[in-house]
Design a protein around this ligand. Structure first.
Ligand code: WT7
Length: 670
């Protein structure tokens, strides 16, 4: 039986809303890779009708291989293998490939540091493809020198600096499997990921800069390496070496024999490093992401299929041209940073901009200043950022020349039509197509999206599937629902960039993604298709929340809360938030004798930040004497959600164990 059987249609408010259609402009289409809707449809139909022919052709055109594959796809549900027998290397496709072309001396990465609070401009660095290639080869040799071999796992815990990309590419060069951990995550999260991946090395920095402060990355690593499980065993005992990048923002502890400096190690190695010939299915990276139960899952991605997806989507979705300066504002700690800061743009020979710092530091025009300074032509950011810009006011973007922009993208959560229109008018000057791109950590690359020269857009809709992607909206039996009806979003066919499983737990992979709807990949999202076949994503329908574009499992926050000595039970639900999309509301019962003091709220919020990271801090903590449960003892989340949203309680509450609990919960406002 389906685990998620609440009617999705209840959430759909925009079904019958009049929508404005924005057709692609002639000017744009004329020079675009895909020039019309019929051109898109023709290619799309081919990709669905003969996927092996389509993908085989693409893999041949887009990637360089050491050895050609024997078979395009082997599909034994739910396990896919793409380009079987083929051998390639990701770093060769992102770097070496360009060295024989004029791209060699173009900027691969432009990096802009955070400006000082005094207004002193930030540092800037540019790495051409040739320079980046050299740095990657040097660092790949450093990895080898420190004992890393093909297949070993390496944790990357760095700020948004070029070295993050260098470390990732260096791993790919020798076949080590990287797992990037977002710099905002806690020591505990680092330790959990080391333990789960059994990593041998951590690459970190003495610090990162954010809003004028230093983020204590190395200190967190030291703490992580000392953390123990409940039985008293070190969680990170597999770690042999820590490589530390010097930013000189912080005094740190160096443990002899374990910790080495990046800049010193570079001195010992040479700049020649032959690329490993890797099987197409060789693991490229593990990226941890939250699910509806337990600790974050290690999503596993492959070499050939993943890279093809990242490269093709970057090219077609952003209509990437050689003259573009492309800026995806995501941190490399998220999948967006993997596919659209590093691998996708570099595989295309584009210039990828990286910025370390906040969008409103020292002033709310940071982004617009950077766009003007570097003539950024493609911007890819999140709805939550756009809503914040709207709030800060049009005077900030108006101060800058944004005429270099030609394509604007959004990702991470549904974009409300108001934010879409604002983005289009104020940032894009009504001239730039908006691409609202739906995808997930698991999909490796963009799945549902407009193509800017081809697809007429409707504010709030991710529009139509990318090549080779067959999404469908289905009911609880897995049958397609009629148009304009809500349902579960599933993907009916394997695609090259799909996850290859959950690291160390293929059973869980089957259960989470392949048992909800028979024969299909279950996304966890609710969706509807309109009369034109356009997809409108409603948001998660499992117990995963989307807070400011960050994915947070309610179970994870609950277990962080109950790990506090004062807490007896906790239930976490989402409520709509104007800025962040969703906000976290935690209902907490305390152990006997612990008084529900107002300052305990802050203490518990900080406790969650320490356990997971500041991104998971509940926005609202409500103390309760008991949580509403069914007779069988299940917490009634639907009810808590309604209370959190301030909705009057309706529906069936007859199975409630104690109706008076409900009355008290509703009154528990600050
Ligand atoms: C979840 C995946 C994929 C990069 C960033 C997030 C939501 C993502 C959209 C969009 C509506 C979206 C979905 C999805 N989501 N993009 N354009 N419209 N919802 O990756 O952390 O794996 O989260 O983000 O709910 O399932 P992620």
């Amino acid at each position: 039986m389906s685990k998620y059987n609440e009617p999705v249609s209840a959430n759909i408010t925009s079904v019958l809303r009049e929508v404005r259609v924005f057709p692609p402009t002639k000017d744009f289409s004329k020079h675009a890779h895909i020039k019309s809707l019929s051109h898109y449809r023709k290619l799309y139909n081919e990709s669905i009708k003969s996927p092996e022919k389509f993908w085989g052709q693409q893999a041949k055109n887009e990637l360089v291989w050491f050895k050609p594959w024997k078979k395009v796809l082997q599909w034994k549900e739910p396990f896919a293998k793409w380009f079987i027998g083929g051998q390639l290397n990701v770093s060769v496709n992102c770097l070496d490939k360009h060295l024989e072309t004029p791209v060699a001396n173009r900027a691969a990465i432009i990096w802009e540091g955070e400006p000082a609070a005094s207004g002193k401009p930030g540092e800037e660095r540019t790495l051409t493809y040739r320079q980046l290639h050299r740095e990657v080869c040097l660092f790949a040799n450093v990895l080898k020198r420190n004992g890393i071999k093909k297949g070993d796992r390496v944790i990357i815990y760095l700020p948004m600096v070029p070295e993050a990309a260098i470390a990732m590419l260096a791993c790919s060069r020798i076949g080590a499997v990287h797992s990037v951990v977002f710099g905002g995550y806690s020591a505990q999260s680092v330790a959990d990921r080391i333990f789960d991946s059994q990593a041998k090395m951590v690459i970190t920095a003495d610090g990162g800069f954010r809003r004028g402060a230093c983020v204590q990355l190395k200190k967190n690593v030291d703490d992580a390496l000392a953390l123990k499980d409940a039985q008293g065993n070190l969680l990170a005992k597999t770690i042999e070496k820590v490589i530390v990048l010097r930013r000189a923002c912080n005094d740190i502890h160096i443990q002899e024999g374990r910790d080495v400096w990046w800049h010193r190690e570079i001195e010992y190695v040479d700049a020649e490093c032959p690329a490993a010939k890797l099987d197409s299915e060789h693991p490229l990276f593990i990226l941890y992401t939250s699910g509806s139960t337990g600790k974050p899952k290690g999503i596993l991605h492959s070499t050939g299929g993943y890279l093809l997806g990242a490269k093709m989507t970057t090219k077609y979705v952003f209509d990437l041209q050689e003259t573009d300066v492309y800026w995806c504002t995501a941190d490399v700690g998220w999948v967006t940073g993997h596919s659209y800061v590093v691998y996708g743009p570099l595989a295309n020979g584009a210039t990828s901009l990286m910025y370390e710092g906040a969008p409103n530091f020292p002033e709310p025009d940071r982004f617009w200043r950077i766009i003007e300074k570097y003539s950024v032509s493609v911007l890819y950011t999140a709805p939550t950022a756009i809503r914040a810009f709207m709030k800060w006011g049009v005077e900030w973007p108006k101060k800058h020349d944004l005429s270099s922009l030609r394509v604007l993208g959004t990702v991470g959560e549904p974009i409300n039509p108001e934010a879409w229109i604002w983005y289009h008018e104020v940032i894009g000057g009504k001239r730039c197509p908006i691409v609202d791109t739906w995808w997930q950590t698991e999909t490796g690359g963009i799945m549902i999206t407009p193509l800017p020269g081809a697809t007429p857009t409707k504010p709030g809709s991710a529009t139509l599937p990318f090549f080779g992607v067959l999404p469908e909206v289905v009911d609880n039996n897995g049958d397609p629902v009629p148009r304009n009806t809500g349902g579960k979003l599933v993907i009916r066919k394997p695609w090259p960039g799909m996850l290859r499983g959950i690291w160390g737990d293929q059973q869980r992979y089957k259960e989470v993604y392949w048992s909800e709807v028979k024969g299909s990949y279950f996304t966890g999202d609710g969706c509807r298709q309109d009369k034109d076949g356009y997809f409108w994503i409603v948001g998660r329908i499992d117990d995963v929340l989307n807070v400011a574009g960050h994915r947070i499992g309610t179970a994870e926050v609950e277990s962080a809360l109950v790990s506090n000595q004062k807490v007896a039970e906790a239930a976490v639900v989402g409520r709509p938030d104007e800025l962040k999309g969703q906000a976290l509301v935690a209902f907490v019962t305390l152990k006997t004798g612990v008084p529900a003091l107002p300052e305990l709220r802050e203490e518990l919020r900080n406790h969650v930040a320490k356990e997971i990271g500041p991104v998971a801090k509940p926005d609202d903590i409500r103390f309760a004497e008991a949580l509403p449960k069914t007779r069988s003892g299940k917490i009634m989340r639907r009810l808590l959600k309604q209370i959190a949203c301030g909705i009057e309680i309706k529906g069936d509450t007859t199975t409630l164990e104690d109706l008076s609990v409900l009355a008290r919960l509703s009154q528990n406002e600050e």
